[in-house]
Design a protein around this ligand. Sequence first.
Ligand SMILES: [Zn+2]
Length: 328
Amino acid sequence: MFGQDVVDLYHRTVDASLASLPFDASSREAFSAWQSDARARLGAIIGALPSAPANLTPTREVVEETGAYVRERLVYETRPGMRVPGYLLTPKGLDGPAPAVLCLHGHSRGGKENCLDADTGYAAFAPQFAERGVVAFCPDQIGFGERVMPEGKVTYHVLVHGLNMLGETLIGWRYWDLLCAMEIVSGLDTVREDRIGVMGLSLGGEMTLFLAAMQERIAAACVACYLTSHRSTFLDSSHCTCGHLWDLARQFEHVDLAALIAPRPLFLEAGSQDPSFPSGDAAALVDELRSVYTLHGKPDVDLGVHVHGGGHEINGSQSIPWMVDRLS
Ligand SMILES: [Zn+2]
């Protein structure tokens, strides 16, 4: 009977609180000041990080060789006792250090395997980079691939909410893993450490966003099927709760998080048939963000969007060549 009162009050609270600290593009100085303050606030929301990784000297094993690249399985340790596997795709015939892209899967049980697949909504994006002369690294994120939670009492959702109760976040754990992945990739003698990009789908897009927002050494980012708005996604309907970070939507709308990447190159992919991340919001975000890129010059070169006809999936036909071009 009175439940609707709660829903109505919730909507009023969203309207009153959402994105209370929007980006300021009134001048380059104002924008830069907003960015430093916002990056510190976002870091606090993501949660505390370890002071040092456990062991980033990976074991390496060749698992596949194609005409275009060699694929190795790397295993390294990002926190004491926590091992992380990832696939490293190194193009054949490199005549010097090459650009690299971290390729991040979403909520898909296959984890890093999906980054290789042509038919699971990932358009084989990691091999596509390797075939274009770009080193690709695909780590398993916590909860997927070889890191699927074992049967037992500590399920994925116990982990999500248990970490929150301890003042940490699963997103923060994943973020630390990605800092470690970036460290490993930038240390490879096949990689140009100033030309490292990141691209991911859905949860992988969210982690792409956080990594590129926080780490200015990320040279280009492509977010697929995530960057839209909190209002039309997590605040509107049921999603996996791992991305529901405390206070995030009050401090940042998606466009504000994207503004932390500017003026570095950023590409958005969205599917017009995606039921959970509305493509109209992605296009509107790009329109709103263009002022920031205009302030810094090159609004058409360094900010891109492709709304394709598919669903919640990577298309890649525009984003991958764009990433290769921006990183070259
Ligand atoms: Zn999740």
